[in-house]
Design a protein around this ligand. Structure first.
Ligand SMILES: [Zn+2]
Length: 111
């Protein structure tokens, strides 16, 4: 059965039957890894997908902001520009909210 092992030096999380011989991130040895409790492993698995969703939403929000900026520059009419300005601001809020949530996940070891 696969388990999770965390490097106590850099925080890298390895999935496997046992800890890796060498940490892929900091290159230190197997002895630096500790096996995570099933409770901690569950938190990591449970947040894995939501972390990916937040990351994808950040990319999409960036695309919305860029499109809105282009729309503002075209400057068709005040109503149109206003809609793009709102979208640009809303994209910023979505992006920052996702970043804050990801930061919370990382701080809580749910990564
Ligand atoms: Zn490491």
């Amino acid at each position: 059965m696969k388990k999770l092992f965390k490097c106590t030096i850099c925080g890298y999380v390895h999935e496997g039957v046992e800890a890796p011989e060498v940490c892929p991130k900091c290159n230190l040895g197997k002895e630096k890894f500790v096996e995570l409790s099933s409770e901690d492993a569950e938190k990591i698995y449970a947040s894995d997908r939501t972390n990916s969703i937040h990351a994808e939403m950040i990319i999409l929000a960036d695309k919305i902001a860029k499109l809105a900026k282009e729309g503002i520059e075209i400057n068709l009419d005040p109503k149109c520009v206003n809609g793009f300005e709102k979208a640009k601001n809303e994209a910023w809020v979505i992006k920052q909210r996702c970043k804050a949530e990801l930061a919370g996940h990382i701080a809580n070891g749910k990564w």
